[in-house]
Design a protein around this ligand. Structure first.
Ligand SMILES: [Zn+2]
Length: 641
């Protein structure tokens, strides 16, 4: 950690400059999911186009990675994915990466985030440093629309405060499927709907504003319907607008990476102006798309853009003039001159090893620090990634994007029966596809086809013997069945490498419980619930385990958080902890009558201890309605003599 800060300081020292005036106005960051730069035209996004006149519009802004979580991690850390370690969705941002929200909080800002989709949920690590983190999508939903999110933000903004605010609002609507409320329709209709809601938000907010897309959407360009597989303009090129202190209204055509949002907000907060978008500096804009490499075993993809010339390295080199040929139809390789800086950026950008990337986080050690330094300075990372010699280029596999996306969404929504034949077809065309093999194994396991599941897991293990994903999902498979003892060593190995890996923690908590290692099961659950919000059932389970282990305070804490009908448990626990008034109040909330003999018994005990006048009547009632459990307890109870 200290080394990392030192490295940041060295990096900063080269170009150290004065921050924007210490205005301390509030700052609003609006991130527009899945929004193409060319969608923000006046007929589609009239409000954006109108406010753009007040600010600085970037016509050449690029995301460091065309995936939601990874792109936001870059904006919140100022690092490329090679630096923060999150290359795709469903990973966890390491605790060792400094976050913008923490720095804003230390600088005296209130911090609040309103998220519109599960892909950015707190469990993935971006919540740290935010005083308010709102991801309430409603029960059973994984997203909410721009109106729902805006309503919540406006409610929050109505509370008065004299402290400046750092507010992040994320809108998700243009993400597939394209189903905006009427009268809007289609992908562009989603963009228009967000634009309309964004105008409401901006009317309620006073301060500096950044509006930015996290990535675009293929819509069929280069064979890609959605995003994440390729590095062409449709998914890489995003809208970016700044309105704030020290920013002159106008348009700039300088290519910039949206990771510099981190630096710009630090600048506005008066921390440091290094790499702020307020200042123009020549930038070789770099981006990666590692999902096809990490998940399917295809070629890793990196791009570097210098001026108007974009070079993509993905098994072969492609070069495009993005100003003259924004559709990227004329590959200029062999005719255009690639700058020295571009070559260096492409060669030195670290390709993640599969284990590194899947871990997303490793424990604090020198290896981690080295990797951070390497990525900041573009020195190749120490361990060698495995790129299969015969690995296909993602652009040549475009015919599989559709089936892979379809399989992913069927899988996520639990439609396992439908997903199996699609995955089998994918594996015939692409037998080394780890993602497909692993999903097939898990789907078969969910369907109860244990022999087929095991066979598919063996296939996945043959493709990637060291993959923590394979080990985790195989362990989950074992944990469910009679072979559950086989799960423990696999999970221990995964967690030794990446201690914050949530699915592995969840599985190990269940295994430890089955092994009777209750105290470990409790510790694991406590850790899990710092990473994701526990459900009422989770809390009841934790409370029950803590009662079993005699950890009264842990049990009280768990049952208190359920906010529903666990008054009996709470009454018993408060009494055990000597908290008599709370015990009395909780037991009085248990429905009265003979159906809860334990409540009658415990309430009588409390009554005696509190010297209540009706204690004798309560003892009599407890005796009268005693059951097999309470009868011997009542007989032995000295308080009742
Ligand atoms: Zn996104």
């Amino acid at each position: 950690m200290r080394k990392l800060i030192a490295a940041l300081a060295i990096l900063a020292a080269c170009t150290k400059s004065q921050p924007a005036q210490n205005v301390r106005s509030s700052i609003l960051l609006i991130t527009l999911d899945t929004t193409r730069a060319d969608a923000m035209r006046p007929e589609i996004a009239p409000n954006f186009s109108a406010i753009a006149k007040r600010g600085l519009l970037f016509t050449q802004a690029y995301t460091p990675v065309p995936q939601t979580l990874a792109a936001h991690c870059s904006m919140m850390s100022g690092l490329y994915p090679a630096g923060h370690g999150v290359h795709e969705n469903g990973r966890y941002l390491s605790g060792k990466i400094p976050r913008l929200a923490e720095q804003m909080k230390s600088a005296g800002f209130r911090t609040a985030a309103f998220i519109s989709a599960f892909s950015l949920a707190r469990r993935f690590g971006l919540g740290r440093g935010f005083d308010v983190w709102d991801e309430d999508f409603g029960s059973g939903r994984a997203e909410r629309n721009a109106k729902e999110t805006t309503d919540r933000v406006i409610q929050y903004l109505a509370r008065p405060s004299s402290q400046p605010l750092f507010l992040w609002v994320h809108y998700y609507d243009p993400h597939y499927p394209y189903t905006p409320p009427l009268p809007f329709h289609g992908y562009l209709g989603e963009v228009s709907f967000v634009d309309q809601q964004m105008a409401r938000l901006m009317a309620a907010f006073h301060g500096a504003i950044i509006i930015v897309g996290d990535h675009g959407e293929g819509l069929g360009d280069h064979g890609e319907a959605q995003h994440g597989n390729l590095l062409y303009q449709v998914t890489e090129h995003v809208p970016l607008l700044l309105i704030g202190p020290g920013v002159r209204a106008g348009v700039t055509h300088a290519p910039v990476s949206t990771r510099r949002i981190f630096h710009t907000i630090r600048d506005w907060a008066g921390l440091d102006a290094t790499h702020s978008l307020r200042r123009s500096e020549r930038e070789i804009v770099v981006a990666e798309a590692m999902k096809p490499f990490l998940d399917y075993g295809w070629q890793p993809e990196v791009m570097a853009l210098d001026g108007r010339l974009k070079t993509i390295s993905a098994g072969k080199i492609e070069v495009y003039d993005v100003i003259a040929d924004p559709q990227e139809t004329h590959n200029l390789v062999g005719t255009a001159t690639i700058s020295r800086e571009t070559r260096a950026a492409l060669q030195q950008y670290p390709i993640p090893t599969a284990a590194e990337a899947a871990a997303a986080v490793t424990s604090a050690n020198d290896e981690e620090a080295r990797r951070q330094l390497a990525s900041l300075g573009y020195v190749a990372s120490q361990s060698r990634p495995v790129v299969r010699k015969d690995a296909p280029r993602p652009i040549d596999m475009a015919r599989l994007f559709g089936p892979l996306d379809e399989a992913a969404s069927l899988f996520v929504s639990g439609e396992y029966r439908q997903v199996v034949p699609i995955l089998e077809k994918i594996l015939i065309e692409d037998p080394h596809n780890l993602d497909a093999a692993l999903r097939l194994a898990t789907a078969e396991s969910e369907l109860g086809h244990n022999a087929k599941a095991l066979e598919a897991f063996k296939h996945a293990q043959a493709i990637a013997p060291d993959s923590p994903d394979v080990q985790t999902y195989l362990a989950l498979f074992y944990a469910k069945g009679k072979d559950w003892p086989l799960a423990a060593p696999l999970l221990e190995r995964v967690l030794a490498q990446s201690p914050d890996r949530l699915p592995a923690l969840e599985a190990l908590a269940i295994v430890r419980e089955r092994q009777g290692r209750i105290e470990e099961a409790i510790r694991l659950r406590q850790k899990i619930y710092t990473m994701r919000t526990p459900s009422p059932a989770d809390l009841v389970q934790l409370g029950a385990l803590a009662m079993e282990a005699g950890q009264t305070n842990v049990a009280i804490d768990a049952f208190e958080k359920t906010h529903n009908d666990h008054e009996l448990e709470l009454g018993v626990l408060y009494l055990a902890a000597g908290r008599l008034q709370e015990a009395r109040d909780a037991l009085d909330r248990v429905p009265p009558g003979p159906q809860y003999p334990m409540a009658l018994f415990k309430r009588a005990q409390v009554s005696v201890l509190m010297h209540e006048a009706d204690a004798p009547a309560r003892i009599a009632s407890a005796r009268q309605h005693a059951d097999a459990t309470t009868r011997p307890l009542i007989e032995r109870e000295r308080l009742f003599r």
